[in-house]
Design a binder for this molecule. Structure first.
Ligand code: GRF
Length: 197
């Protein structure tokens, strides 16, 4: 199964996928390309260091959002993936791309959907909201991407306990280590080896 991974930031989830392919946790899978909307994303360096084709498709290079959306879809299609993995990708997937890759785009979200998700819930903001609400358990979710924001069919989730001393930063780190970096590779491996979940 050929996958394209879309990233925007540090790329720790991308690294987890690279490592899982390397150690056999993920089988029958090749990362055929990494696409970022952010030229400064460290994730692009992680891809290059792993010998993976890495490109930037930046909104700054297009006259408007519509043109960017078309450029993003073309860049993905050029890599001809079986599955598109959004790993910390902070771009709303355009409807035409959702349609083109119906049930073949997955996303990792750092909460137990339907909590703390939707427009405006990304990165540290998710963990700040969980701490603000006072929940005792949070976690991460892998889901299919549809036309909404964090609304597609849930594939896998993993819970993480919140500690009384947690800050948004310590919680984000633990959710990544104990949940995201585990269930995203597991979900990819499941899809690669058993077809659509
Ligand atoms: C993190 O907040 C993660 O929870 C979410 O995207 C952000 C960046 O992750 N999925 P990464 O280190 O770029 O994979």
């Amino acid at each position: 199964m050929n996958i394209v991974v879309c990233v925007s930031g540090g790329g720790t989830n991308l690294q987890a996928i690279i490592d899982a392919i390397g150690n056999g946790t993920i089988t029958n899978t090749e990362i055929v390309g990494v696409i970022s909307n952010n030229i400064n994303a460290y994730a692009l360096k992680r891809a290059e260091d792993a010998g993976i084709k890495a490109i930037c498709v930046s909104p700054a290079d297009y006259p408007d959002r519509e043109a960017f959306n078309d450029g993003l879809l073309e860049a993905v299609k050029d890599m001809n993936p079986d599955l598109v993995v959004l790993a910390g990708f902070l771009v709303k997937i355009p409807p035409q791309m959702v349609a083109e890759y119906r049930d073949r785009i997955i996303n990792i979200h750092p909460s137990l959907i339907p909590s703390f998700c939707g427009v405006g819930y990304y990165g540290l903001k998710v963990h700040e909201a969980a701490l603000e609400r006072g929940v005792k358990v949070t976690g991460a979710t892998v889901h299919y991407v549809d036309e909404g924001t964090d609304t597609g069919k849930i594939i896998m989730q993993k819970a993480v306990y919140i500690e009384p001393t947690d800050t948004a930063e310590t919680l984000q780190k633990r959710v990544m280590e104990q949940a995201e970096w585990i269930i995203l590779p597991q979900a990819i491996n499941m899809i690669a080896n058993k077809g659509k979940v």
